[in-house]
Design a binder for this molecule. Structure first.
Ligand code: BGC
Length: 423
């Protein structure tokens, strides 16, 4: 859309960035940190096999082959430096922030609450509000206290009561300061990577376990919704689903079409359909446009790809927005969206095309109320560790964790300013 055309974005649109507690805080002790420590050496040894095919392999080799890469450790010390980090939100003209709270800090032992940590997050939220930043609290982003996963985590429905109790506590402590709560991040990704593909803890490869976890996460969300609405009925509650723009490789091939329909249903809609009565907005993370051939084989173009080798089609957001809107007719929040791009080569293009996709959808009546870029800061990318760089703000962990705003982020800030300016 030409720069001088009237912007379609509503006045109170949430322009935000996303993070998750484990990926930035540092100093955590949860099921994931335990796994990192016991698997770092093995992950470093497998680096060549896992990433040797990437076009940037030479650039990342030393880091990917170093076991330290796979340990979250001090994180980016966001736990202590959050005030400084919130300063970047203002500098980037952002008015909203999606962040996580770490369950293992708040309830380190079963039924034992750490009041100092509860206070920490209260100060954290208060600080955001002081700066006129809308806090969007995300309750569960894959990490859990060790005592909970020792009991089998979300595999057993008997364990849901522990999550209920945690949610009740979060609601009681913080809901009065909040308008938005996201209960779960990407239940589909977690269930399939941790329980079917077996790449993330607890590394099970069992379809039945995957289905049990997936189903229990549906129940966990429904129950959380009820608990939180009882505390504060006007809270806006949703999840951050991982949705892909799934397309047929050969649109006229019946088998490709069939595999596309099945994938769309199971990956995108299965979970959302089950919680359709328990969400006030549809929240989703968009990274992928995937082309499928028959037999559910992903066969996406080879270029352009980001540093992780993920095929990039930012404009694929548009058909996805239309499909979500026609199914659910609820306000839509893009809760994550971004690229791993250390050289900052693609990020500006990615954001620009994303804004165009949103403008197109808005002009056709789709109600989008927020966009959160992943991520505010470079952070710990789970099983890949530290080398992938998703931040609007670069963080140099070798150099006192120095933060530097990337050029694409400056451009984004200027774009937001223009889009938010009164007509
Ligand atoms: C997750 C983030 C992750 C990002 C990039 C999303 O699936 O919610 O935690 O860092 O993708 O891979």
């Amino acid at each position: 859309m030409p720069e001088d055309t009237k912007p379609e974005f509503p006045k109170n649109f949430l322009w935000g960035a996303s993070t998750s507690a484990h990926q930035v805080e540092g100093g955590n002790h949860n099921q994931w940190t335990v796994w990192e420590l016991s698997h770092a050496t093995q992950l470093a040894k497998k680096a060549q096999k896992n990433y040797g095919w990437l076009q940037n392999w030479d650039k990342i080799k030393l880091r990917a082959q170093n076991p330290e890469n796979y340990i979250s450790g001090k994180g980016i010390d966001h736990y202590n430096r959050y005030q400084e980090d919130f300063g970047f939100l203002g500098k980037l003209n952002l008015n909203a922030f999606r962040f996580g709270i770490e369950w293992s800090r708040i309830e380190p032992e079963e039924g034992v609450w750490d009041e100092a940590e509860i206070e920490h997050y209260r100060r954290y939220i208060t600080e955001l509000k002081k700066r006129d930043i809308e806090p969007v609290l995300n309750i569960w982003h894959w990490t859990m206290p060790v005592w909970f996963t020792d009991k089998g985590g979300f595999k057993y429905s008997a364990n849901l009561k522990y999550f209920d109790r945690f949610v009740q506590r979060i609601g009681t402590e913080y809901a009065h300061q909040l308008k938005y709560i996201i209960t779960l991040n990407e239940p589909n990704n977690y269930a399939s990577i941790s329980y079917q593909i077996g790449r993330w803890p607890p590394q099970e490869k069992n379809a039945l376990s995957m289905l049990r976890v997936y189903w229990n996460l549906v129940r966990a969300h429904r129950r959380s919704y009820k608990i939180l609405k009882n505390i504060k009925p006007e809270l806006q509650i949703g999840i951050a689903a991982q949705l892909a723009n799934i397309q047929a490789k050969h649109p006229h091939n019946i088998l490709d079409e069939l595999s596309t329909k099945v994938m769309r249903y199971f990956w995108n809609w299965w979970f959302l359909r089950r919680i359709r009565k328990q969400q006030d907005f549809v929240g989703f993370n968009y990274y992928f446009t995937d082309y499928y051939t028959a037999m559910f084989k992903r066969s996406s173009p080879k270029t352009p790809v980001n540093d992780l080798g993920w095929y990039m089609e930012p404009e694929g957001l548009y058909p996805l927005l239309l499909r979500i809107w026609s199914r659910y007719k609820k306000p839509i929040i893009i809760t994550e969206n971004g690229v791993a791009d250390e050289a900052d080569e693609y990020r500006r293009w990615w954001i620009e095309e994303t804004i165009v996709a949103m403008e197109r959808a808005l002009s056709e009546g789709v109600k989008i109320t927020g966009y959160f870029h992943w991520s505010l800061l470079d952070n710990f990318e789970w099983a890949e560790g530290w080398w992938p760089k998703f931040g609007l703000v670069e963080v140099d962990r070798q150099n006192g964790m120095k933060r530097t705003i990337r050029p694409s982020a400056k451009w984004f800030a200027e774009r937001i300013r223009k889009l938010s300016a009164p007509n």
